[in-house]
Design a protein around this ligand. Structure first.
Ligand code: HPA
Length: 254
């Protein structure tokens, strides 16, 4: 059903979707890689398209910046449109010296300083992790292409302009990069996969129509908080291509 944020009709969106933060990147990706792209959304300029890639029906849509924004769009994609595979393609800052600008970072897990998981009433700390299936496919693709990449934990933060360099504490816990969306994406996917909306939170019996929902975050390292380096817009564009090819490889296999 159309929502206040997405005017697509049921069936307009493919089971597999690529999710850049920037809606213009979604448009560019659809124009560059898709055969016969059809736009399904433009509310708030959050462009979304469905098309064919190597004969496979795939969608792409912007998510906006931050966990509230990606939280809304991906919740609707899963629960209103039946999307099963959600692959975020974004940029991140490196917080580990070994992670270099232009490399691909694949988020095995996401930590956060947000209270997104507060809604689940967990009496502890939830570790948000990627779908192993999608992660494995992305690693194999990056290997096959010979792209430099790292796999590990990231920090999804609520705060871009910080008073203090809080990333250093997360770097000491092994986080490799920082961005602002993936924790919420992983939460939405796993929650849908293991506790469908409307199910009794106290029941131990999984009643679940969305059991096969999977998510992964893949990033191009656009800057380094360790060294202070940043990519130029042109470098960014070229390097993003590697990440998109990995994401498209994964999407075309599903
Ligand atoms: N912080 C948060 N998100 C980001 C950054 C950063 O330094 N770089 C790219 N996305």
């Amino acid at each position: 059903m159309p929502t206040p944020h997405n005017t697509a009709n049921p069936g307009d969106i493919a089971e597999t979707i690529l999710l850049p933060g920037d809606p213009l990147r979604a448009q560019k990706l659809a124009q560059t890689y898709f055969e016969d792209p059809v736009q399904f959304n433009s509310v708030r300029n959050m462009h979304g398209y469905t098309g064919l890639y190597k004969g496979k029906r795939i969608s792409v849509m912007g998510t906006g910046m931050g966990m509230p924004s990606i939280g809304i769009y991906t919740y609707e994609l899963i629960h209103e449109y039946g999307v099963k595979n959600l692959i975020r393609i974004g940029s991140c800052g490196a917080i580990n010296r070994q992670v270099r600008i232009g490399d691909i970072l694949i988020a095995q897990g996401a930590c956060t300083d947000s209270n997104y998981a507060y809604q689940y009433d967990l009496h502890g700390t939830f570790s948000a992790i990627a779908s192993y299936d999608l992660l494995r496919r992305a690693v194999l693709s990056a290997d096959e292409h010979g792209f430099p990449y790292a796999v590990g934990n990231i920090l999804s933060t609520d705060i871009f302009y910080k008073e203090k360099p809080l990333w250093k504490d997360w770097a000491k816990m092994g986080c490799l990069g920082v961005e602002m969306e993936t924790y919420a994406l992983y939460c939405n996917a796993v929650r849908a996969a293991y506790a469908a909306e409307g199910s009794d939170p106290d029941t131990e019996i999984p009643v679940n129509p969305h059991a096969d929902v999977k998510a992964l975050g893949i990033f191009t390292v656009s800057d380094s908080l360790v060294t202070g380096e940043a990519t130029t817009p042109e470098e960014r564009q070229n390097k993003f291509t590697d990440m998109m090819e990995v994401a498209l490889d994964v999407a075309s296999q599903l």
